[in-house]
Design a protein around this ligand. Structure first.
Ligand code: FA5
Length: 349
């Protein structure tokens, strides 16, 4: 058989093989075997040495033509295989845009955060600063700077989680943030007006109205000529913001080591409007927070001249506020993270 016939036969066979190739690996193998240095075309061309000189150009150009045609056939088949693959993938991944979507569940602030947010907004509007403090606190700030030296009996009012180092504890109140802020305050820049919301911890046994971890918002105002009337007006605003415009408050004498005089604050019952019901235990009033005029000792410990400056402080429990406002009768509900419970207080209605 002449070289041309050999080439034609080879081309025929190769074209059949190319057209039946189904995947990219196969077509690549064919290319390497057919056109590579050890492939059959090279082999045939090697036989040209034995041809008479005048026949060589003719056979040579025929061989090149075969090589080009096979190269084209391989490229075309490769493109076709790729196009088929893409078409198949598009078919498989087809999306029916007319199908109803899967609703994305949106979260919402926790009910206690909603109460905190409301109070923060109120005070930011009155030019107070919102200050953060550490939850792991030094005894010094949590107690001593609050006029509660070691062995003071009033320390028992707040049963404490101590850490291994005796001077470190989980803060029992947000009052240490007062101390930290007072210590740094520069009165030449104006009065000190702050609130500090955050988590606090006590070794209280969990029950319907007590949690070992709960929230407080501390408030502090220090300037010249601050009176108890300023405190009362501020507390009235808090009560009306959270419990409604018609609320009245009353102050009862109480005791805190860091305020003198100290008061417990009651708000007129929002359920019965002060007439007496199960929420207010028929008294018409509900106790909501502690407050007072800052004790001169607290000012002195912070290096503030108690003869010139004075003011008021208060500490409220947003957990108890949320319980009263929304009629939740067990504080533990807030910490179980049951979405069915929390969803009831959606701000989106
Ligand atoms: C204090 O912690 C004072 N630091 C508040 C204060 C600040 C008074 C500044 C005067 C001036 P008391 O221990 O009463 O006070 O706690 C304040 C509020 O925290 C309470 O009115 C109550 O709402 C809430 N609270 C106290 N213990 C718990 C508890 N175990 N679980 C949930 N809320 C609590």
């Amino acid at each position: 058989m002449g070289l041309k016939d050999k080439l034609m036969e080879l081309q025929q066979k190769a074209l059949e093989e190319i057209s039946s190739a189904e995947d990219l690996k196969k077509i690549n193998d064919i290319r390497v075997n057919l056109l590579g240095k050890k492939g059959p075309i090279t082999e045939v061309l090697r036989g040209m040495r034995d041809l008479p000189k005048e026949e060589r150009p003719n056979v040579g150009s025929f061989a090149n033509k075969v090589r080009d045609e096979l190269t084209n056939a391989i490229t075309e088949r490769k493109d076709r295989i790729e196009a088929l693959k893409t078409a198949k993938r598009l078919e498989e991944e087809k999306i029916d845009v007319t199908l109803p979507g899967v609703p994305v569940k949106a979260g919402q602030p926790h009910i206690i955060m909603q109460v905190i947010d409301q109070i923060e907004k109120l005070f930011l509007g009155m030019g107070y600063q919102v200050v953060d403090g550490p939850e792991i606190e030094e005894d010094h700030y949590n107690f001593e700077m609050m006029n509660l030296p070691k062995d003071h009996p009033a320390r028992d009012m707040q049963d404490t989680f101590y850490l291994t180092d005796n001077n470190l504890l989980m803060r029992t109140q947000t009052s240490p943030v007062q101390a930290r802020t007072m210590e740094k305050h520069d009165f030449s820049k104006g009065p000190l007006k702050m609130i500090s919301p955050g988590k606090v911890y006590r070794r209280d046994t969990d029950d319907a109205t007590h949690s070992h971890q709960f929230h407080q918002i501390e408030g502090l105002v220090l300037d010249k000529h601050i009176t108890m009337a300023d405190l009362k007006g501020t507390l009235q605003l808090i009560a009306r913001t959270i419990f409604g415009e018609e609320r009245e408050i009353r102050l009862r004498p109480s005791y805190f080591p860091f305020t003198e005089p100290s008061v417990e604050v009651d708000v007129s019952c929002f359920k019965c409007n002060g007439n007496g019901c199960s929420v207010c235990k028929d008294t018409g009033w509900i106790e909501v927070l502690g407050a007072g005029m800052v004790h001169p000792n607290v000012l002195k410990i912070s290096g503030i001249d108690a003869d010139v400056y004075g003011g008021f402080a208060f500490g409220l429990g947003p957990d108890r506020f949320a319980m009263l406002k929304y009629g939740v009768d067990d504080i533990r509900e807030f910490y179980l993270n049951d979405v069915r419970f929390l969803k009831q207080f959606s701000q989106r209605g």
